[in-house]
Design a protein around this ligand. Sequence first.
Ligand code: GAL
Length: 643
Amino acid sequence: MNSAGIRYGGHYNPEQWPEKVWAEDVALMAETGVDLVTVGVFARGELQPGPGRALETGWLDRVLDLLTGVGVGVGLATATASPPPWLVAAHPSILPVDASGVRLSPGGRQHYCPSSPDYREAAGELAGRMAERYGGHPALELWHVGNEYGCHVPACYCDASAEAFRHWLEARYGGIDQLNYAWGSALWSQRYRNFDEVLPPRAAPTFPNPSQQLDFARFSNDELLACYSAEREVLAAATPTVPVTTNLMGLFRPTDGWARAMDLVSLDRYPDPDDPDAHLSAALAADLTRSLAGGRPWYLMEQAPGAVNWRRVNVPKSRGEYRRWSLQAVARGADAVLQFQWRASAAGAEKYHSGMVPHADTDTRAWQEVVDLDAELRRLAPLAGTLVTADVALLLDWEGWWGLELDLSRYRLVVVPALYLVSDEAAAGLERYVAGGGVAVVTYFSGIIEPTDRVRLGGYPAPWRDLLGLHVDEHAPLPPGRSERLSGPLAHPSSRGFRWLERVRLRGARALLTVASEPLTGQPAATVHDCGQGAAYYLATTPDPATLDALVADASGRAGVNPTASVPPGVEAVERGGHLVLINHLDRDAEVDLGHDGRRDLLSGSVRSGGVTLTPGEVLVLAPATPTEPAPKTPSPVPGRAG
Ligand code: GAL
């Protein structure tokens, strides 16, 4: 892949514009250094004007030729994300049905049932025709399948979906008795005599069966993934060397386990300019994407250059914010920074969404920021293809992500927040990790149920009682706003626990925090259990930030994890390919000590050392202190541009 540079560009929707604008588009792309655009994501209506008709490719041919002429590569969509009206008219059952039985209408987008045979057939056919027509086009670098699967319709409850759900359940359970056991159907007379009686969890008078809901979430994910995979197979057969992706959405609950079906993992990320902590969730989404990519570089497929159109109040990005999010993505492993979209739409539901080319055109601050970023991304070419250094893993509870636990040993510290559902393999994986000298921090409400959704009995967290050296007898969640006093070795005078407490019996663990107010006085709120070379921490509450810092410092010290750099809160420090990236997310100056060795900042070219002041929003990308071997590069499916 990209061993030459960081790719730059965005979604390009020329079908929304008269042809005379296209020439201006490519001229501006050349001016900004854009070298990769995604084309055709929602263009099915323009490409396929009716059932059985030949594709109308003349316009797309001309667009791709124009792009080729200025050296812009293309992530070509299969255009299956939004069925046009003729397709819905020909096959009304394509339309999805919600849990209340309402059939959704066309007029927006993504109005298809993932289990609809008609939708799947039409999608596969279009993907095949696109591959046949454009598989050999010189601009083609990447296939972009669908768009943000499940974002508007994560599940469909129609009769076709019900039928498919039954088959899925039969394959999973083998027999109806096993399903009845797993779903606990003895409760409320829910026992099924055969699979024909089972339905999706449609709107019900009171609490629906949670195991039925869990299985339906798994099924719905599988159905969406099957839609994507069917297209991918068609493309892979026709163009085996062209990588295939679809745009994931970070911590998006409905989709799980997709990365293994992707040649290149990509992320859509829209940090809220009005959220002072947005850099934290944005970093988490980036790191998650990198993990899904197996640590290898990934693509930022979408971000907004300015405001979005879909928040209640669409706060614009402040000066430099577009640059800061872009550089953060690169610091955390992105090899491409793409935007939604190239040119802001003039009509339709997204007409107030920003674009790289704004409504106000190019004599604007926004355009200048777009142009300036290109120059900076070119300076960061040495980072392309390199790996990010990470000593700490955060274990999330998407099923299918259990591959992580098989390789926990490469991390010094593993954090397991509220891992409610745990398979036997995952439970054993964490035990092995700690036995091998690792340090784990497990939080409350972990290890509670089996994958079947049945509670693991005998005291929580059943699979990790020995590992943690304790038994939890009872959960005691706290009402919003309530907190209890905490004491103990890690407490400060005003330490408090929020959200959750528990009744805990120690069986070898030591208490680090203890509840200091009634009715749970004396109950452990944080513990540590020494296990050979390793240690297992348990957190039975959400402590105030200072107390949490003390716990993190204790666990990090034990694990030998040192901060990438000593920076104040609000300043981000990431290491990629031996480069130290520092980002000041604060609206005030921040002081950072860089030590004695001078390090060259790739962005400004200046050499920095000692105590430096980072102005608000400032970013430094510091080259390794002493000349080192070139940073290891990874192979990439997509070629790059020169720095
Ligand atoms: C994304 C979507 C794009 C565009 C964008 C607007 O979720 O993939 O097509 O709608 O949001 O922010």
